[in-house]
Design a protein around this ligand. Structure first.
Ligand code: ADP
Ligand code: MG
Length: 331
């Protein structure tokens, strides 16, 4: 079945997903050009939007109608209240998120007229998510059927969460982003599905002296040797993998096969947070019994919808909105 038809018949309400990790307030200003060191440039109005990979993923899950339990830390500042209220209004269960006495995670982003950006990440409370916190939320972790992880939280905490969840029988999904190099063996051993974009995939499998493949241009993904990529990923320890390819769609690698899923053509306004909405849709799909491939097909629609609006979470639709948009032919 195609993604649109799958979504038309899909009910995510029985799914239960736990998302462990980061929440950030994104401060963005648009400028003519990016300032050089020591320089002041004049920018447009400041926008403050909810972000952070895990928080985006949780919002995406909840908007589709599945249960989304967020685990992580917010600060005691106003951004903590702002992020909590935004996630609550998306439908995320925030009852296990605790406050750390200091600032919440934030990013300061400058975007120039060409769409080039500079980003400063201030981890804030996210940096204080530790194994002791993971142990304190063990029972909440064990309640879900799927766990979503990314690497915006300390590695020891992410690893501990994967261990506990895997032992409790959850399907553990790791978004290896932002890419950080070598992953702990105990983390890899407890991950059931890896989700990466094309750049992260390449960083993960590249060997010393390899020539960088071309990751753009018409049909670029067809020129990659996906059997070789799958075999290298297996060598790293990942047998089930989804590689997202931006507007070129995604590849689903499992059981020795590589299936391409087309992106859905839309008039893209801002692709920020598309990867996180894709991940959220996959988490919700897996939690409601869909196969990896079907989950990726539905995620292609959900993430294409997210490209039609500005911001990350701010552009995520609920299931009805996504269905209605494509029922009218999109665009
Ligand atoms: N311009 C676009 N039009 C339609 N879908 C898109 C577009 N950009 C991204 N997507 C969808 O979002 C998914 C994730 O985007 P991608 O750029 O690969 O992630 P990331 O943001 O992590 O780099 C893609 O697999 C694709 O399905
Ligand atoms: Mg991308």
């Amino acid at each position: 079945m195609q993604g649109q038809e799958l979504l038309e018949h899909k009910d995510f309400s029985g799914g239960s997903v736990v998302i462990f990790g980061s929440m950030n307030a994104d401060y963005t200003v648009t400028t003519e050009r990016l300032p050089a060191g020591g320089e002041t440039v004049v920018g447009g109005p400041l926008t403050i939007l909810p972000g952070g990979k895990s928080s985006n993923q949780a919002a995406a899950v909840a908007r589709l109608g599945a249960r989304a339990v967020m685990l992580g830390k917010l600060g005691t500042d106003a951004n903590g209240d702002f992020l909590e209220s935004q996630l609550v209004s998306a439908g995320v269960d925030m009852s296990s998120v605790v406050r750390w006495d200091g600032p919440s995670g934030a990013t300061v982003i400058t975007v120039d007229k060409h769409g080039e950006n500079t980003i400063v990440l201030s981890a804030g409370a996210n940096e204080h998510v530790d194994p002791a916190y993971v142990d304190s939320v063990q029972s909440q972790l064990a309640q879900g059927s799927v766990l979503g992880l990314c690497l915006e939280s300390p590695m020891e905490a992410v690893t501990r969460a994967a261990e506990i969840a895997h032992q409790a029988g959850l399907t553990v999904v790791l978004n290896d982003s932002p890419f950080q190099g070598l992953l702990p063996a105990e983390l890899i051993a407890n991950v059931d599905l890896l989700l990466v974009n094309e750049h992260e995939m390449w960083q993960l499998i590249r060997h010393e002296g390899d020539q960088m493949p071309v990751l753009s241009g018409e049909g670029w993904w067809k020129r990659l040797d996906w059997a070789e990529i799958a075999s290298r990923l297996k060598g790293v320890g990942f047998e089930s993998v989804i590689v997202t390819l931006g507007s070129a769609g995604s590849m689903v690698l499992e059981d020795g096969s590589a299936e391409h899923v087309d992106a859905v053509s839309v008039k893209a306004v801002d692709t920020t947070g598309c990867g996180d909405s894709f991940m959220g849709a996959v988490l919700a799909g897996l939690a409601t019994g869909s196969s990896l491939l079907d989950s990726a097909k539905m995620a292609a629609y959900v993430s294409a919808y997210a490209a039609t609006g500005r911001g990350a979470q701010a552009s995520y639709g609920n299931l009805e909105q996504v269905r209605a948009y494509f029922a009218q032919g999109g665009r």
